[in-house]
Design a protein around this ligand. Structure first.
Ligand code: NDP
Ligand code: HSE
Length: 440
């Protein structure tokens, strides 16, 4: 039998501690599957005294992850610290520069520096693995990078953030407040260290940027992604969606269009009958349209210690077996420049919620403004104020919640129409606008 694979783990939080436990628990199976023992030989975190519920005896401790990453006693460096810069970036660069394989779950790092890190790995004859960085426990990187190599991919989309899906599911099913659901997601270890990344869509954008590169052979450009989070979603929207036959999900979508690649992250109304509408709680789903295979849909836990450690360990097993694949599926210098399609050219249906002043002619004016932009309305419903979450005392001129849905139109037309409506002083407050996606 060949010699042990010595694993160095930096970061002993939700994922790192779960990984150390999992490697211990699966020791015999790993030896059988990889043809050699796999063991954690060294670790790093900030606080050496913290009880993490894992036995660290027999493992060398490093205060500095860069020293761990370059230690001669470590064969593979596993980065589970997080963050796009700082110690995560420095240690990953140091390991790759030393020719050491790296496994990471850090999507922020890859979205920002992925192409450079891929080139660094190639230049030093080593490999960078990152299965856990997208959709937690779902093996989507392996699927796209290896199993679907024989396909031209036209679209990849899905629910890519466990925290947001958990929040939206509990708000809908239990009528709970946004902030209570977020606090539970944090307690369960699903959320990022700064949960703004989850709820404002940035984490989904980081993951989508990686999938876009794998799908289209393009350089990663997360800055080009249109990004909206879920923090503006209210019970009124969730209830209205239900009545209209939809559920609200935070989707990341990347697709080829005539004007380039469209990358967008936003809350989306999806038909209740669609497969994606049934993905609840911390589950994620990724759908990939390939020309040879058709549509492939992968579903599984998108966050959490054990599920994420499972993906990290799959990568470590690849290292133990001596597998090496170009980081982004092809040599870094052959990746095409990313050509962004403008969001204003996006076409689809829209849900719009307005608070309309109860004055004669207000409805007619809104309908006229929509018609002037060639927007066909599918439905227009005036809702009871209390059902829309407004519990203040009614008065004669109080604004009334009105919900419109449109047939397919362009983003630019909807944005122009809403700007005109706002300027005419017929509505109170900002309009809510949610895109509708007619998925199967
Ligand atoms: P945590 O915040 O739970 O853990 C981070 C760990 O990094 C802590 O153990 C912390 O040490 C350690 N750390 C921070 N700074 C340093 C430093 N300078 N030197 C050494 N160690 C340091 O994060 P998670 O485990 O949740 O996430 C880790 C990575 O995995 C992130 O990139 C995240 O995005 C990604 N990820 C997380 C998932 C999840 O469900 N949680 C799912 C998929 C990916 P200490 O404990 O001493 O403070
Ligand atoms: N915070 C992330 C999520 C972790 O909730 O999906 C998994 O990447």
């Amino acid at each position: 039998m060949t010699k042990d694979l010595r694993v160095g783990v930096a970061g002993l939080g939700t994922v790192g501690a779960s990984l150390v436990r999992l490697i211990e628990r699966k020791s015999n199976a790993l030896t059988a599957r990889c043809g050699r023992p796999v063991r954690v030989s060294a670790v790093s975190a900030r606080d050496r005294t913290r009880d993490r519920g894992v036995d660290l005896s027999g493992m060398a401790w490093f205060d500095d992850p860069v020293a761990l990453a370059t230690s001669a006693d470590v064969d593979v460096y596993v980065e589970l610290i997080g963050g796009e810069d700082g110690p995560a970036e420095a240690s990953v660069r140091a390991a790759l520069a030393a020719g050491k394989p790296v496994v990471t779950a850090n999507k922020a790092l890859l979205a920002r520096h992925g192409v450079e890190l891929a080139a660094l790995a190639e230049a030093n004859g080593t490999a960078l693995f990152y299965e856990a960085a997208v959709a937690g426990g779902i093996p989507v990187i392996k699927t796209m990078r290896e199993a679907l190599a024989g396909n031209e991919i036209s679209r990849v989309y899905g629910i890519l953030n466990g925290t947001c899906n958990y929040i939206l599911t509990r708000m809908e099913q239990e009528g709970l407040d946004f902030s209570d659901c977020l606090a539970d997601a944090q307690r369960l270890g699903y959320a990022e260290a700064d949960p703004t990344f989850d709820i404002e869509g940035f984490d989904t954008a980081h993951k989508l940027a990686i999938l876009t590169s794998l799908a289209f052979g393009s350089r990663i450009d997360s800055e080009a992604i249109y990004c909206e989070g879920i923090s503006s979603i209210t019970q009124a929207d969730i209830e209205a969606a239900g009545e209209l036959g939809y559920r609200i999900k935070l989707l990341g979508v990347a697709q080829r269009t005539d004007s380039g690649i469209e990358q967008r992250v936003h809350p989306t109304m999806v038909p209740k009958t669609s497969a994606i509408a049934r993905i609840d709680g911390v589950l994620n789903a990724v759908a990939i349209d390939g020309d040879a295979v058709g549509e492939v849909v992968l579903v599984g836990p998108g966050a959490g210690g054990d599920a994420t450690a499972s993906a990290v360990l799959g990568d470590i097993a690849d290292v133990a077996r001596g597998h090496a694949i170009p980081t982004l599926g092809m040599p870094a210098d052959t990746l095409a420049p990313y050509e962004a399609a403008r969001m204003r050219r996006h076409e689809g249906g829209y849900y719009i919620r307005l608070s309309v002043y109860d004055r004669s002619g207000a409805f007619a004016e809104i309908a006229r403004i929509m018609a002037d932009e060639d927007i066909s309305l599918e439905s227009i419903v005036q809702r009871d104020r209390s059902r829309a979450g407004d519990l203040s005392e009614p008065h004669s001129d109080a604004p009334q919640p009105v919900i419109l849905t449109t047939y397919e139109t362009t983003e630019a037309a909807v944005k122009r129409a809403l700007a005109t409506i706002m300027a005419r002083n017929v509505v109170a407050g900002d309009p809510q606008m949610i895109r509708i996606e007619k998925l199967r």
